[in-house]
Write a protein that binds this ligand. Structure first.
Ligand code: SF4
Length: 375
């Protein structure tokens, strides 16, 4: 069977089937299991966004990676592997990385029936992304702009030197052209926007541009204070709620909207929170994904082999692929006091608790283990 035939028999990724959502494996196995592995394939990037969640980890040069065969051996051991994510930096920054690491990983996944996502800014040569296309399930891009000036304002804040408007405009246009071309070619392009102090009032305009690029899905997350975003203004819960309502009012009803890492739960808070939770649960083509980090996913650094709960956690490494199996590291994480702190589960509302950053940013005094869903 060739790659295209293999792709044709894989179950389509839809609002009803999101293999990254940890609620699925929790229901299936009766406990959290490792189904998802994320690889940080590079710390190089051609941008330095104001809000970058890996921010300080970005570098100008980098050394050798662990041999791909060793990484694949570790993946082979993961009993319930369902998804692989590839992240950076900009994963396609060097063509060599695409050829020697990304495509082999994607091919491995496709042969095993494992679904794949890559997080990219799609501002480089289209050919790099086309090379991945036959084996890739989701091309995940960041999109937080209403025009090229917005992109210029946000995309190079931490560059350490001024980046001219002309350069930024060219990159912005290439990003839009690439997203359009990939969508037109049949790729599942999912654009993620953050709700933050810059975007919350113009989120509907951003959504419209995402639709014009032909994206299948618009993914929306509030911004949390991590890495470069640590010192940016934090929105109030009220502002985040208002922005989500604005988006739900103004969205294209035919586009899948995926919300993630939300600070609103079916177990309480204000009546306005519960009202929003009810609305999101009843709107067609709107899903709320439980956060995979530490629930069904671990992050592997391809240079050191260190394994983390997320690619941007301040938590130190939980183990290393040189000495530990990924399933073993994951089981150890489930026993960690931080993991236990937010390990709640209300099946009736398909919720398995808050992300750690969310709990820390908005709910420091709340013990989620004592709460239950009330909607
Ligand atoms: S699983 Fe946790 S966060 Fe979700 S509704 Fe229940 S108690 Fe609240």
């Amino acid at each position: 069977m060739n790659d295209y035939e293999q792709a044709a028999i894989l179950k389509p990724i839809t609002p009803e089937y999101d293999p990254w959502d940890p609620i699925r494996s929790l229901r299936q196995h009766g406990r959290h299991v490792l189904t998802s592995v994320e690889f940080t394939v590079t710390n190089l990037c051609n941008m330095r966004c104001e809000h970058c969640a890996v921010g300080d980890a970005l570098t100008m040069t980098e050394g050798a990676r662990i041999p791909i065969a060793d990484l694949i051996r570790r993946l082979d051991e993961v009993e319930h592997l369902e998804t692989i994510s590839i992240t950076g930096g900009e994963p396609s920054y060097l063509e060599k990385t695409v050829k020697e690491y990304i495509v082999p990983l994607l091919k491995y996944a496709r042969e095993r029936g494992v679904r794949t996502q890559i997080n990219s800014n799609v501002t480089l040569d289209l050919s790099r992304y086309e090379r991945m296309a036959p084996y890739l399930d989701v091309m995940h891009i960041s999109f937080n702009y209403t025009d090229a000036d917005d992109f210029h304002r946000v995309g190079f804040v931490h560059a350490g030197h001024p980046v001219g408007r002309d350069t930024a405009v060219k990159m912005y246009e290439r990003m839009i052209d690439n997203a359009r071309a990939l969508s037109k070619g049949g790729m599942f392009v999912s654009a993620e926007s953050m709700i933050n102090f810059r975007t919350h009032e113009k989120i509907v305009d951003i959504h419209r541009l995402i639709g014009e690029m032909g994206c299948v899905r618009h993914e929306v997350h509030p911004m949390y204070p991590s890495a470069f975003a640590a010192n940016l203004p934090k929105l109030s819960l009220e502002e985040i709620r208002a922005s989500i309502h604005r988006l739900l009012d103004g969205r294209d009803p035919d586009m899948w909207m995926l919300f993630g890492t939300l600070p609103f739960f079916a177990c309480g808070g204000e009546e306005a929170d519960l009202e929003l939770v009810r609305r999101m649960r009843s709107e067609p083509k709107v899903t709320v994904r439980n956060d995979p980090d530490g629930r069904n996913r671990l992050n592997v650094n391809m240079f050191t082999g260190d394994v983390f709960v997320t690619d941007f956690a301040d938590l130190s490494s939980l183990g290393n692929v040189a000495t530990d199996s990924l399933d073993g590291i994951f089981d150890k994480w489930l026993e960690h006091p931080l993991s236990r702190m937010v390990n709640c589960h209300c099946d009736a509302v398909a919720c398995c608790g808050p992300n750690l950053l969310v709990a820390d940013a908005y709910y420091r005094d709340v013990d989620f283990m004592k709460r239950r869903a009330i909607v």
